[in-house]
Design a binder for this molecule. Structure first.
Ligand SMILES: C[S@@+](CC[C@H](N)C(=O)[O-])C[C@H]1O[C@@H](n2cnc3c(N)ncnc32)[C@H](O)[C@@H]1O
Length: 500
């Protein structure tokens, strides 16, 4: 499907490319389609608008009402993404009878996300934050427990003859991946509650947002929509998770790429449409970038199938993703803490209850998380100190000393052992080697190298802190000794006391 067909379809559905002399869509090597500025574009310039009814969600698809609200809820399609995935599969199965047919057939069918990696490639990600978050089993459970029963219940909506083609587990994963990498958080406009789809299904309150007036900068007047990354939590149990009804596929807006710190355009709410507006001046020839929320490479890879490589500020420096993070589970610190008091388990339980943090996160600033320092202090406390703290329900102050830093240094070293690589990852990324490496492996190396660099940088900081403490201890003990020597060598009989 060429972009031209898609654009023709978009226009025929009242989508407006407002200024074709300023931008166009084209292929960017290694990034797929994206938008480019054809001339200098000022900040606050509207690029295109999408009618709300052209967004594809459980509100705009006819499937939820065709199935019926009761059945929709009974099958659990009102929770998580299963409902929207089923809507997308159903709309696709309608062929040209669906208003989204041209759009759906323009979307990618293959992804570079770990969801589709071989076991061998996945091993390269061992130790990184990606591994436990891929969610393939959860998706398969939803497919089997929600989607299959819903499909089986209505042969009129899901004819037997097309089930294998349009409603397979494989299609389910593809649609889920499209949502993960391309959907937006689109809330109802105030006053619109109860429009198409499942009436008010979990709709969240909508902020009251002033309507745009002609002479004002739309960016000042309207609310930015959020890319799904900013808003959605993949877990259904999360109380703060967004309403699934607010998750929408937004044709054309989903053709903008993103790169760390590069956002120069964003999608804004209007009463009846969504509007892509520049948030910075864009020079002719530059790419027009949306934002995916600047996540770490582990999340970018997991959700979008690519990684960002830009310059990273000191102390880490070099090329990578400044938003990278490393997660350190508390049990790594517990395992290396040398003293093993009987109350260890009790202390950890107490910590989990009071601090509610079993994982500590370090970023590219390589700063020690205060919570980690406080947790290690708790592990190292004497029985008396521990009893005192627990009685007062007070978390230990995040104060470092040599003993605490020792445990943290060993924790960081032990965490590094989680990664599999035997050869240095930097060497694997050298152009002469990288050119013979598969994209998946290269991405895995970039993600784990980013995490390892944070651990190494943080360990260097810890070592420097230990050195500084030792130096200051040596200096103060030297001063004490000097004072003692001076006191000893001062001529006897000359002191005040002796004069008396
Ligand atoms: C919302 S879509 C953007 C449009 C997409 N390029 C297309 O061809 O339709 C997100 C996908 O674009 C690609 N992408 C976006 N930003 C990228 C970047 N900085 N580098 C590489 N690929 C990128 C990734 O494949 C990602 O999953």
């Amino acid at each position: 499907m060429t972009s031209d067909n898609l654009i023709d379809w978009f226009r025929s559905k009242n989508g407006a490319l407002l200024d074709t002399s300023s931008m166009e869509f084209q292929e960017f090597p290694g990034q797929g389609r994206g938008a480019i500025a054809l001339k200098d574009i000022p900040e606050g310039h509207a690029l295109f608008t999408i009618p709300r009814d052209l967004t594809l969600s459980t509100r705009t698809s006819a499937l939820p009402s065709r199935l019926g609200k009761e059945a929709w809820t009974q099958f659990g399609l009102d929770k998580g993404w299963a409902g929207l995935i089923l809507c997308m599969m159903w709309e696709e199965a309608q062929g040209s009878a669906s208003q989204w047919s041209t759009y759906l057939s323009s979307l990618p069918l293959a992804f570079d996300t770990p969801m589709f990696w071989s076991e061998e490639d996945l091993k390269e990600l061992t130790g990184t934050a990606v591994v436990d978050k891929i969610g393939k089993e959860d998706a398969e459970r939803d497919y089997n427990e929600k989607v299959v029963p819903a499909i089986s219940s209505r042969a009129d909506l899901f004819p037997e003859s097309v089930r294998q083609h349009h409603y397979s587990l494989e299609r389910y994963h593809i649609m889920g991946s499209l949502i993960l990498s391309r959907s937006f958080h689109v809330e109802l406009w105030a006053g619109d509650e109860g429009q198409a789809g499942v009436e008010g299904a979990d709709a969240m309150d909508v902020d009251s947002v002033p309507q745009e007036t002609e002479d004002k900068n739309p960016a000042d007047e309207t609310e930015p929509t959020e890319n799904i990354l900013d808003a959605i939590s993949d877990g259904e149990d999360d109380e703060d998770a967004e309403s699934p009804a607010d998750v929408a596929m937004v044709p054309i807006a989903d053709m903008l790429n993103a790169r760390y710190g590069s956002e120069n355009a964003k999608l804004f709410y209007e009463p009846t449409e969504l509007r892509m507006v520049t948030t910075k001046p864009v020079r002719a020839g530059e790419q027009i970038w949306n934002t995916y929320g600047d996540p770490p490479n582990s999340d970018l890879l997991r959700r979008y199938g690519h990684v960002d490589l830009v310059s990273v500020p000191e102390p880490m420096g070099g090329i990578g993703n400044p938003a990278d993070i490393v997660e350190i589970r508390g049990d790594v610190a517990v395992a290396v803490a040398t003293n093993d008091p009987a109350s260890l388990e009790e202390r950890v339980d107490w910590w989990l209850e009071n601090a509610d943090d079993d994982t500590f996160v370090v970023g590219t600033d390589c700063e020690l998380p205060e919570e980690l320092v406080s947790f290690v202090r708790l592990l190292l406390m004497s029985t008396e100190e521990w009893e005192n703290s627990s009685r007062k329900s007070k978390l230990p102050k995040p104060k470092v000393d040599i003993a605490v830093l020792d445990v943290i240094e060993r924790t960081l070293t032990k965490r590094m052992e989680d990664y599999p690589s035997t050869i240095e990852d930097e060497a694997l990324l050298k152009p002469e080697i990288a050119s013979n490496t598969t994209l998946n492996k290269k991405h895995a190396v970039i993600v784990r190298l980013g995490e390892k660099k944070i651990l190494r940088g943080t360990r260097s900081q810890v070592r420097a802190m230990k050195e500084a403490i030792r130096l200051s201890n040596t200096q103060s003990s030297a001063k004490d000794k000097k004072r003692a020597r001076e006191a000893e060598s001062s001529p006897r009989g000359k002191g005040k006391k002796s004069r008396r």
